[in-house]
Design a binder for this molecule. Structure first.
Ligand SMILES: [Fe+2]
Length: 170
């Protein structure tokens, strides 16, 4: 199989499930942005899980463990949904960082425990807001499955933000 043929396969798969191609393409874009944000938040949650220190270490270390595992599963779900609607799933860490609504973190600027939790709570809310827009694109395209998947993710992000905000509540 030539490289060219592989590219054609990666570019687009035949899909005929009642959602128009132009709508599927737009939906694939917003799903890939959601994938990028989820990937960056996964990496950031993991980085904080490893590097957190201080009196709240145990609680934050445990909570971020649950959260990065959920995010890892979501990455796979979202990417495979992009494939199921016929388009390539975004790949490349640099591409994820560029497309993510959530900022990456560097070890040289690792925040303290309070700031870590505050940042993650804000990031989960950013993801919920981003996904809300993606749901409306899915609904306009009549792609009920994608709308359901993303709606469920909104609930998870809102719950994560609640738990994180509760740790730093005064
Ligand atoms: Fe761990």
């Amino acid at each position: 199989m030539s490289k060219n043929t592989l590219n054609v396969i990666a570019e687009e798969l035949p899909v005929d499930t009642g959602v128009k191609k132009v709508d599927r393409r737009r939906l694939a874009d917003v799903l890939n942005q959601s994938l990028a944000g989820t990937y960056v938040l996964y990496a950031k949650t993991h980085a904080f899980h490893w590097n957190v220190a201080g009196p709240q270490f145990y609680g934050i270390h445990k909570l971020t463990d649950e959260q990065y595992q959920d995010l890892a599963a979501a990455i796979d779900q979202i990417a495979e949904r992009v494939r199921a609607i016929g388009f390539p799933a975004m790949s490349g860490l640099a591409n994820y960082v560029a497309a993510s609504p959530v900022a990456d973190v560097d070890v040289s600027t690792m925040p303290d425990a309070q700031d870590m939790v505050g940042q993650l709570a804000a990031d989960h809310q950013t993801m919920a807001a981003k996904l809300r827009k993606a749901v409306s694109v899915a609904e306009q395209a009549d792609d009920v499955y994608t709308a359901d998947l993303l709606t469920a993710r909104i609930g998870v992000h809102e719950e994560a933000a609640w738990m994180l905000n509760s740790i730093v509540a005064q």
